[in-house]
Design a protein around this ligand. Sequence first.
Ligand code: FES
Length: 105
Amino acid sequence: MADENLFFLCKSADLAPGSILKVERPEGALAVYNLDGEFYATDDRCTHGLASLSNGEIIDGEIECTMHFGTFDIKTGEPRQSPCSVAIKTYKVEVRDDDVFAIIG
Ligand code: FES
């Protein structure tokens, strides 16, 4: 994997288990999640509207959108709770030393 495909998200110590971080990028912000010490990344924007998923709450591995309380599976991006019906894009995450990256492209 070429380094140019790695997009720096955060330091691993900066995102505690159960937390979400919004990371801006020109192509659209990402939401980064720490689920029990494992890191995951998705598009930040809810596919149902203009809400930012990083403002939501993690419940049993799902992210609950604050706008209409739909949910997505954080690992797969699949919609789990209405009114969400379109999956959010997910990104592979790689941790190198203390740095957390999304693999883009
Ligand atoms: S905008 Fe996210 S559930 Fe409606």
